[in-house]
Write a protein that binds this ligand. Sequence first.
Ligand code: SAM
Length: 223
Amino acid sequence: TSIVDWTKSESYHNSFLIAKDDVLDFAVKNCIDHGLPEIAVSATQGKLLNLIARSIGAKRILEVGTLGGYSTIWMGRALPDEGTLISLEIDETYAKVARENLAKAGLEDKCKITVGPAGESMENLHPDVPFDLIFIDADKASYPKYFTEAKRLVKKGGVILVDNVVLFGLVNDLSVTDEDLLHFVLGIRQLLADIKGDTDVEATTITTVGEGGFDGFMYIVRK
Ligand code: SAM
C-alpha cells in the first residue's frame, strides 16, 4: 500500500471548494505575527462549521475557545442579520487579536468575546433564548464540564460540536502515559463515558484527516 499525503488530499479538495479569502488570510497572519499557537481549525473544518450553522439556521452560537477568532469568523459569517455569537477565551491577549480579526471581517457587532475561564463564563450565562449551536474547542480536560453546561444552554434539537475527540487515535490508546497527553485524553474519555447512557442526547464522531493530522469532531444533538 502507498503512503497517502493527506495534506495534499485536503489541498486538492479545497482548490475546488474553498475560495481564496483575504479576511481569513489576514486573521491567520495576524495570529502568527502576535505569536499565537497555530492550533485553529483548518479551512476545511471552518467551512464545515459554517455549513452546519447555516443548515440548522443558527441565530445564536456559543463558542468555547476563541484563540484568534478564526473559527469564530467562519461561524459568524453563517449568521443572519439579527444573529449573535458569544465566544469564550481565557487569554486576554488572544482575545485582543481575535477582536482585531473580527473587526476586519466586519463581525465585531455580531460576535462578542468574553474573557475568563470558560467553565465559569458558561455558568454565568442565563440566556432568555437558548443557543442553536455550541462549538467546544478549548482545554480538553474540561470537556465533561463544558458538555454539562452546553446541554443546559443549547435548545432542544440544537447541536453541540466538540473538536479534537480523536487526537491521532490517542483517545482510545490505553498505553498513553505521558502526563500532558493523559490530561487531554482523559477529558475526552470521560466525555464519551458521560454521553453513553445519556438519554438527553444523540451523538456520533466524524473522523477527519488532513493538514492537522488525524482527528475528529463529535456531533451531538440535544433531544
Ligand atoms: N476555536 C479556535 C479556532 O479554531 O480558531 C481555536 C481554539 S484553541 C484550539 C483553544 C483555545 O482555548 C485557546 O485559545 C486557549 O487559550 C483557550 N482556552 C484554554 N483553556 C481555556 C479555559 N479554561 N477557558 C477558556 N478558554 C480556554
